[in-house]
Design a protein around this ligand. Structure first.
Ligand SMILES: [Fe+2]
Ligand SMILES: [Fe+2]
Length: 194
């Protein structure tokens, strides 16, 4: 990049940049979803994450095709937004002890990612049409449709059961924790618990 010539000067270049951005994001999501599925203790949520992992692999394939259609090499460009979202999800998941509260946290993190993808694909579809690329727009709209459906599905699981179950969980009282610790020490040392 020269001092007086920024890298992105046209909508076409902006389109390519955003295509590379979502390509990078999809690949990071592909890496993160197995971990999210492993952490989910609700069977429906776990299945949902695994289904979306398969869809995500399909999204990457469609993006590969979109790159080829505009005669570009499929490649990603670092997207700090998705990196931050995944990092935040991992951090929060590491801090939640209760399994049901963790399910609620996983849904919230996954929906943030879906909303990001929806925003990106929505823009890309509009720009592809604007640039006279209806076939590329059609391909990207297929990804957009699946992201929206996933977001709706996650919303349904959260509203139908997870959020209510998570909200019913209470924080363990300090004396309960102490009693449990004493019982554990007694059991392992052979000394009767007081
Ligand atoms: Fe996706
Ligand atoms: Fe997605």
């Amino acid at each position: 990049m020269g001092w007086f010539s920024p890298d992105i000067q046209t909508v076409e270049e902006l389109f390519l940049h955003n295509l590379q951005d979502i390509y990078y994001a999809e690949r990071q999501i592909e890496k993160a979803l197995p971990d999210m599925a492993a952490k989910a203790s609700d069977a429906e949520l776990k299945k949902g994450f695994n289904t979306h992992l398969k869809q995500t692999k399909g999204h990457i394939k469609r993006l590969d095709r979109a790159f080829k259609m505009i005669k570009s090499i499929p490649q990603g460009t670092k997207c700090p937004a998705i990196d931050g979202m995944i990092e935040e999800a991992n951090e929060i998941a590491g801090e939640v002890a209760d399994k049901m509260v963790l399910n609620a946290a996983l849904i919230a993190a996954a929906q943030a990612v879906e909303h990001y993808e929806i925003a990106r694909y929505g823009t890309l579809v509009s720009w592809a049409k604007l640039l006279g690329r209806p076939n590329v727009a059609k391909l990207l709209a297929m990804n957009l449709k699946e992201e929206k459906a996933t977001d709706k599905k996650l919303n349904g699981i959260a509203k139908r059961k997870i959020n209510r179950k998570a909200a019913a969980r209470k924080r363990s009282k300090p004396d309960e924790i102490e009693r449990a610790e004493n019982a554990f020490l007694a059991a392992t040392s052979g000394i009767p618990a007081i």
